[in-house]
Design a protein. Structure first.
Length: 393
């Protein structure tokens, strides 16, 4: 009899020691191949080269369109349930990297509805986090001509009709089997909302390849959406997915979460806080004594400071390889690795925070990223609504 998996990965719960390969079998996604990695625009991206984005669904049509200068889009969203930490932001910087190189359209939906259904937070609190998180996304520096930001409850004139159209395609049995029994009817309906997010660029611009770069726990949403997209009455392609592993938490492997007790590094942390959190909390793969470490060396695979550098905060491949080698040999110490990780993260955050401080009011900044009236109308029409529907024009 096959051994029971000792991990859970769904959009609403991530627990245990995740076996990423086993997860692909379970979800039915494919490992990202060397050929596919080579198709990303030069010089590639560390997240791709280093297998943080490690799996995919239909990534080829997207990469082909990107290299042929054809219309292609990314959807990557945010559930505003708290302050953003460093693990939350990397898909957005990744989207920006693609947009800068190949003109990718980027759609950023905010699922404030989802987080209200899911978390024990008031509407006021979720709304405050929405505003805070939006400023962080605006600080990434997307091109307003090619980027749309949608807030589920604030763009209800378009979200609700679209989600209504797609909700009819999803049975309760599918929701139960995909997500586990939902806690309330909001969460039963929500998959139709996230499916709407993933189809949005095509509903606005017409059929084209869309890619959804997300942590692997979000893949169930992609699967539900792909089944809807397969229905003939919508002229849309199934969105593709680029699935990532989780950035480890300071206390070791597993999902980094700002909602449980493990501390995480927030986008708002200053230099001193970053150093302090890493020095005090970052799990070390080194030996306890100095002599022992020099003799036996450390294990970069479980060392959180190394993992942070490897995942996102060190650009140079030679440098990460050198650090791993020296750490294994014992010539590089755990404390030295911590200082390097803290330094790089603090530099990244300072640049991010500076861009955030330079922004005007949220309302003014957001305006240029909101869907235009004609984009809203096109989306409703492609979902099946006649132009004569009563929505305010
Ligand atoms: N559900 C995601 C989360 O829990 C947020 C999200 C909403 C999202 N819509 C999306 C992510 C579309 C990727 C693509 O964080």
């Amino acid at each position: 009899m096959p051994a029971e998996d000792n991990f859970t990965v769904t959009p609403y719960a991530v627990e245990g020691d995740i076996d990423y390969d086993r997860l692909l079998d379970k979800f039915g996604a494919d490992a990202l191949t060397t050929e596919q990695k080579a198709k990303f625009p030069d010089p590639g991206h560390p997240l791709v080269r280093r297998n943080v984005f490690y799996a995919e669904r239909d990534v080829d049509p997207f990469l082909d369109a990107a290299s042929d200068d054809k219309l292609h889009s990314i959807v990557t969203g945010r559930g505003p349930s708290g302050p953003m930490h460093i693990g939350h932001i990397f898909p957005f910087y990744f989207a920006k990297y693609l947009q800068d190189r190949t003109g990718t359209l980027v759609y950023i939906p905010f699922s404030d509805d989802e987080k209200y259904f899911l978390k024990d937070k008031s509407l006021g609190e979720i709304s405050d986090y929405t505003r805070e998180n939006l400023l962080d996304l605006l600080a990434v520096g997307f091109d307003p001509e090619r980027t749309r930001i949608i807030v589920d409850t604030a763009d209800a004139d378009v979200m609700y009709p679209l989600a209504t159209a797609f909700a009819k395609e999803v049975t309760q049995a599918t929701v139960d089997a995909t997500y586990g029994d939902p806690e309330n009817i909001g969460l039963s309906f929500y998959p139709a909302v996230q499916a709407t997010h993933l189809l949005f660029p095509q509903l606005v611009e017409g059929r084209h390849p869309t890619l959804v770069p997300i942590a692997v726990d979000q893949d169930p949403h992609v699967r539900v959406c792909r089944d809807i997209a397969a229905k003939e009455r919508y002229d849309v392609a199934k969105p593709g997915a680029l699935l990532s592993k989780f950035l480890p938490s300071l206390e070791g492997p597993g999902k980094m979460s700002s909602s449980d007790d493990a501390p995480s590094i927030l986008l708002s942390d200053d230099r001193e806080t970053v150093f302090d959190k890493i020095r005090t909390h970052a799990y070390s793969g080194g030996q306890t004594g100095l002599e022992e470490h020099r003799e036996q060396g450390g294990n970069p695979e479980v060392d959180v400071s190394y993992q942070f550098l490897y995942y996102f905060f060190e650009e140079s491949d030679e440098q990460v390889e050198r650090l791993a080698r020296e750490y294994r040999e014992g010539s590089l110490l755990s404390g030295e690795l911590k200082e390097m990780a803290a330094e790089n993260i603090a530099n990244f955050l300072e640049a991010h925070q500076e861009r955030r401080r330079a922004l005007g009011s949220l309302e003014d900044e957001l305006e240029q990223f909101r869907l235009t009236e004609s984009e809203r109308q096109d989306a409703r029409r492609r979902a099946g609504y006649p132009d004569s529907s009563l929505v305010q024009q």
